[in-house]
Structure formats: C-alpha cells, structure tokens
Design a protein around this ligand. Structure first.
Ligand code: DC
Length: 225
C-alpha cells in the first residue's frame, strides 16, 4: 500500500499552508505546519527571555514541552497558540531561531516521528530535502516577492492588524535571504519535487493540480499492485 506523505516547501507567502490544509482535507491526511513549530519555539523563547545565543536554554525548552496539531491548530502544553505565533514580533525573529542547528535537529526529529506514525501533508522549507526525503509526493511552491507580500498584507488586514505593505515586502525579502542562506537545511527545492509558480494561479487551481497528481499516482499504484 502506498503511504501518502505530501511535502510542500517554498518561501513565505507562496500559499503553502492554505494549499496544504485543503489537500489534507481532500485526502483525509494530518496537516503539519512546521513553520508553526519554529514560531511556537520563538514565541516561548521570547516570553521566557531565552535569546538565540542561549542554545542550551532553547534545547531545554524544546525538550520540556508537548507540541502537537489538532485540526491544523498548534497545541503547546495543552494551549492553542495559533494566534500568538502570528504576532509580528514572532515573524520578525523566527528566522534567527530557525537557523540554529540544535533547534532544527530537535524539531526535525519531532516532524519525522509524526511522518512515521501518520499519513501527512507537511509544509515548510526542508520537508522534501531533510524531513521526508522519501515522500512520494513533493511540491515546491513559488511566487514573486511582491505577490507574496500582497497576499500576506490582505490576510493580516482581514485580521485587523495595523501593518504597511512595504514593511511586509521588506520582511519577506529579508526572511527569504536568511532562510535560503543558512548553513543547516536551507530553503531548497528537492531534486524530485515538482515546482509550481503560483503567481498567476488561484488557490483552487493549485490545489486541483496537486490533488490530480496525487490521485493519479494512487490509482496507478493500485492498478500495478
Ligand atoms: O512558514 P512560516 O512563515 O510560518 O515559517 C516561519 C519561519 O520558520 C520561516 O522564517 C522559516 C522557518 N522554517 C524553517 O526554517 N523550516 C521549516 N521547515 C519551516 C519553517
């Protein structure tokens, strides 16, 4: 039987999480937002005053908490932190915390454990390359920085957050740079991932394309076995 594991990577604002959630729903898979995991650690580190330089403190923090997903929401120590982790303070600092190798090792282990236990759609930056290198379905979503900033801007405006478009664009460009140039598991397309430029497509069109590819492979494997 084919185990359905779907890896969706790409830069911030390429539509990964919205698309991943819809694909998970279609195929009844668990959705795991790995960016939310790095954000949750950043959020907790900030309220506990653990700077990125305190690697031991960060590892102790990660080892002392429980973190799982329920209906796409991240639950940490029993508390839903979905709203807190979108705070601009977290968005502005998460790349720094996510570039620490020891932090990545611990979170990647958690992610691998989830993928070995369940059928999942996982989105992030290193899912197809590091977390699920053997996933049968890998996608790499891109879009221009301007369209990605525009999407984030609209999303945050809908949540009534006071924010300027130019600040979001600046942050996206800065985050792309840090995520793509860090030493450990930089944002990179896996060789066998299918690249989809979402700039001129709607969410539904991308979800349909990904779903058709998954469905066709499932049908083919069933016929072959
Ligand atoms: O997808 P996002 O914007 O919520 O991700 C938040 C940050 O976490 C982003 O700066 C990159 C980092 N990240 C990562 O390094 N590896 C992942 N697998 C997922 C996210």
């Amino acid at each position: 039987m084919l185990k359905v594991l779907v890896a969706i990577d790409g830069p911030a604002g390429a539509g990964k999480s919205t698309i991943a959630k819809l694909v998970a729903k279609k195929f009844d898979l668990m959705y795991i937002d790995t960016g939310a995991m790095y954000r949750a650690i950043t959020y907790l580190a900030q309220i506990r005053n653990i700077p990125p330089s305190n690697v031991e403190g960060l590892c102790n923090l990660i080892n002392s908490i429980s973190m799982y997903f329920e209906n796409g929401k991240i639950i940490v120590n029993g508390e839903d932190l979905s709203a807190e982790i979108r705070d601009p303070n977290v968005s502005g600092n998460v790349s720094l915390y996510a570039s620490i190798p020891e932090v990545r090792t611990l979170l990647v282990k958690l992610q691998k454990d989830l993928a070995s236990e369940y059928e999942v759609v996982m989105d992030g930056r290193d899912i197809g390359t590091v977390v699920m290198p053997n996933a049968p379905f890998k996608f790499f979503l891109t879009a221009t920085p301007e369209i990605r900033a525009d999407r984030r801007y609209k999303e945050l405006k809908e949540k009534n957050q006071q924010i300027e478009y130019k600040d979001i664009l600046e942050e996206i460009i800065k985050r792309d740079y840090i995520d793509s140039n860090r030493q450990t598991s930089p944002l990179k397309k896996a060789k066998d991932a299918i690249e989809i430029d979402t700039t001129n497509y709607t969410i539904e069109e991308v979800v349909d394309e990904i779903s058709n590819l998954i469905q066709n492979t499932i049908i083919k494997r069933r016929k072959d076995s």
